[in-house]
Design a binder for this molecule. Structure first.
Ligand code: FAD
Length: 337
């Protein structure tokens, strides 16, 4: 069995397949994933559903995916930060967030300014309080890729540093190639994907500590390799070149939250997310023989990875794919989006 792509989806899937007793080889011309390596690593079902109307209907799926992470933490040693995520902003915006949480059945914890500042060092004085949600977690993407790869090694997964161009001798080919363009010829369902470029800033001198913060049009993740501020959503853009103009709104929003960022230096990274018309991934059998799809996770690929892996493993073993597999059906866009 061949898995094309060594990002979050490919590695999680390879591990699930190997654990199910399959002989697996992962092929990727890179060794670190593409979007997966630059992501912020938030496992954020609540704020993703609360802040984005398109994502709200998928809240049940996102929560189910998050609930699979402790299993992957135990299996592969991927460390999870469960300290939570706090919304901070002007009162009308925060009121809207509170309302959205209520519609999801989640209660945020209102924190006074000083407590909010203790949880997010450097937070501006201009905000009266924060709204903490314990359900949203975080991981460190690069460390998680390393841990998943090590777990795959231990499970007997083989590696080839090459691009997959066809099914070849494989009994199954799992396409987990993110937003890459080459594999489109391997499965017609990949035509439903569009790219969304994401730029993310990293303040290398501001490491770790505190909870993740959600502001209006921005998030801040206190990663060990530098505070991550993200991320742009540049629909239809596929390049990974830095674009100073596109990050201006992000910078403005970030320095409103954390005024000291105005003087701080940052590095810029970009990745390309693969998105479907409904924002959910395409996971399952392709019309193309022997091909299974595991891509299109848009801005929640890390969060969704263990659920995607579970569905692919069920396809291969004939096991129970669970209640969400139908909503990932790769053929759901046939006849137009
Ligand atoms: C700036 C940014 C921030 C993000 N933040 C978050 C976040 O906080 N939380 C979250 O859950 N998600 C986040 N995401 C989304 C997440 O990163 C993606 O959804 C996820 O990484 C997709 O993983 P993947 O394995 O599908 O793709 P990728 O990580 O892109 O990996 C695809 C791999 O396929 C390989 N490949 C391509 N063509 C071939 C071929 N022909 N043969 C073999 N291999 C091939 C590529 O080299 C690449 O390594 C973010 C994305 C960006 C860009």
């Amino acid at each position: 069995m061949t898995v094309a792509g060594a990002g979050a989806l490919g590695l999680s899937t390879a591990l699930a397949l190997a654990d199910a007793g399959c002989a697996v080889t992962v092929c990727d011309p890179l060794d670190r994933g593409q979007a997966s390596a630059v992501a912020a690593g938030m496992l954020a079902p609540v704020f993703e559903a609360a802040l984005e109307a398109q994502t709200a209907p998928a809240f049940d799926i996102l929560m189910a995916a998050r609930d699979l992470w402790p299993g992957l933490e135990a299996r592969a040693g991927v460390a999870l930060d469960r300290s939570g995520t706090m919304a901070v902003g002007d009162e009308p915006w925060l009121g809207g967030v509170r309302g959205a949480l209520g519609r999801l059945g989640v209660r945020g914890i209102d924190l006074p300014r000083r407590t909010a500042q203790a949880l997010a060092p450097g937070l501006s004085e201009q905000f009266g309080h924060g709204l903490l949600v314990r359900e949203d977690w975080r991981l460190e993407p690069r460390a998680a890729l390393t841990a998943l790869r090590k777990a795959c090694d231990g499970a007997g997964v083989g590696w080839r540093q090459t691009a997959v161009e066809g099914v070849g001798e494989a009994d199954w080919l799992v396409i987990a190639t993110g937003a890459a363009q080459g594999p489109e010829q391997l499965a017609p369902e990949l035509a439903a994907l569009t790219p969304i470029k994401g730029q993310i800033l990293r303040y290398l001198d501001l490491r770790g500590g505190g909870v993740s913060v959600r502001g209006e049009g921005v998030y801040a993740a206190p990663a060990s390799d530098g505070l991550a501020i993200g991320a742009t959503m540049e629909a239809g853009v596929r390049d990974t070149q830095p674009d100073a103009k596109a990050i201006e709104p992000l910078l403005r929003a970030a320095t409103r939250l954390f005024p000291a960022l105005e003087q701080a230096t940052f590095g810029l990274a970009a990745g390309v997310r693969a998105a479907t018309p409904d924002g959910l991934p395409i996971v399952g059998f392709s019309e193309a023989p022997k091909v299974i799809l595991a891509t299109g996770a848009r801005r929640n690929g890390w969060l969704l990875a263990p659920l995607v892996a579970q569905v692919v493993a069920a396809c291969v073993t004939g096991g129970e794919a669970g209640p969400y597999a139908r909503r990932f059906d790769p053929r759901r866009f046939e006849g137009g989006a």
